[in-house]
Design a binder for this molecule. Structure first.
Ligand SMILES: Cc1ncc(COP(=O)(O)O)c(C=O)c1O
Length: 384
């Protein structure tokens, strides 16, 4: 028996030893304030500069276009509110989709209260946004379009490059934001190819620490800062830098990029194994498309409550999610599955498995066996 099978890696990942070691050094040796003039300050500043270089290399952009933040949520808020407010004179219409992460959706809702109008685009049954719908929504006064790369609940990959290309050929001044929190380190993240102006990242989805993120901000794009302070990160994100967190993020990104293709292949095998296995369990439906990201797998187990399954699997050391983690303590149904057209009953019966490169086929087999047994006994129980 395996003691722990962690399959909730889209919620967060374990910090790997290499990252912890890099952070330990930053915490105990490079602890100076990067703004200080003495050697301790310079050492910390150098560590941040080296981290910025790694992040820039990972997505083929310039170092000066990378800004560190306190996570993906902050990066999304700075990108969306910062851009909308800064370029308000150009127009007040904004476009996003119905399946974005709450840190995007609620940032747009906040902007509506400031007088902006927002178009929330529909998705199809697979959770895909159509480029034509994005283009149809563009108005003369549209200033910002925000579309996520990989959806955190079902793994759908959006046609980011196509959207970017068409947006820019229709209207050069529209600012294009991409939330790449779930794709960075797994799929190629190429802001230049996408013609994206601003892209968000988070460390804890790739075996880095929680509470650290980054923003790619194309040269010439200058969002308003949400904060006022000491001028760090060119005033876009003032506040003494989280050196250890930044160093940990860069080390996690370096390792993820080094093994990216190998990792993707491995996770695709794990997903296929899970898919083959669940096909043999009665009344289980896979949500999303086969072309989805390799690390996210969403399914509906008809007639069984997802929440009950999560807790039953937990008793066997298997950790998964219902919908997204940010929603796990609320009772309303997943907005993503809703937008994909699932009924409330189907949503209630939905589960998310999400992999890391460190998961094994043995773990998937174990989780499948437990899922099969628990589902059978829960169905027997509800039929009585
Ligand atoms: C797609 C997406 N965007 C943004 C975030 C927020 O990132 P963070 O947890 O670093 O604030 C998440 C986290 O789950 C996410 O999945």
């Amino acid at each position: 028996m395996l003691s722990e099978v962690y399959l909730d890696n889209s919620a967060t990942t374990v910090v790997i030893p290499e990252v912890a070691a890099a952070m330990q050094e930053a915490l105990t040796k490079n602890y100076g304030n990067p703004s200080s003039l003495h050697r301790k300050g310079l050492d910390a500043e150098r560590a941040i500069t080296a981290s910025r270089r790694i992040m820039a290399k990972a997505c083929f952009v310039k170092e000066e276009e990378i800004f560190f933040t306190s996570g993906g949520t902050e990066a999304n808020n700075v990108a969306i509110k910062g851009v909308a407010r800064r370029y308000r004179r150009r127009g007040t219409h904004l476009i996003t989709t119905k399946i974005e992460h709450p840190s995007v959706l609620y940032a747009f809702r906040a902007l509506q209260k400031e007088g902006f109008t927002v178009t929330y685009l529909e998705v199809n049954r697979d959770g895909l946004v159509r480029t034509e719908d994005v283009m149809d929504a563009v108005q003369d006064d549209t200033v910002l379009v925000s579309v996520m790369h990989v959806n955190n609940e079902v793994g759908t990959i959006q046609p980011i490059e196509q959207i970017g290309k068409q947006l820019k050929s229709a209207k050069k001044e529209i600012i294009f934001h991409v939330d790449a929190v779930q794709s960075f380190g797994k799929l190629p993240v190429l802001p230049d190819n996408w013609q994206a102006d601003i892209v968000s990242f988070s460390a804890h989805k790739i075996h880095g620490p929680k509470g650290v993120g980054a923003l790619y901000c194309k040269s010439g794009i200058t969002p308003d800062s949400l904060f006022h302070g000491g001028g760090q990160e060119k005033s876009l994100r003032p506040g003494t830098e989280n050196t250890a967190g930044i160093v940990g993020f860069a080390e996690a990104a370096r390792i993820a990029m080094q093994k990216r293709e190998e990792n993707v292949q491995h996770m695709a095998c794990l997903r296929q194994r899970l898919l083959d296995g669940v096909k043999t369990i009665p009344n289980v439906v896979y949500n999303g498309t086969q072309e989805a990201a390799p690390h996210i797998f969403n399914l509906t187990v008809s007639g069984v409550k997802g929440e009950v399954l999560v807790h039953s699997l937990e008793e066997h050391g298997v950790y998964i999610s219902t919908g997204s983690a940010c929603h796990s303590h609320r009772t309303n149904p997943s907005h993503v599955l809703q937008a994909m057209g699932l009924t409330e009953k189907e949503i209630e019966a939905s589960l998310r498995f999400s992999f890391s490169p460190y998961n094994t086929v043995e773990e998937i087999n174990y989780a499948l066996e437990k899922l099969r047994n628990i589902t059978a006994s829960l169905r027997l129980f509800t039929r009585r």
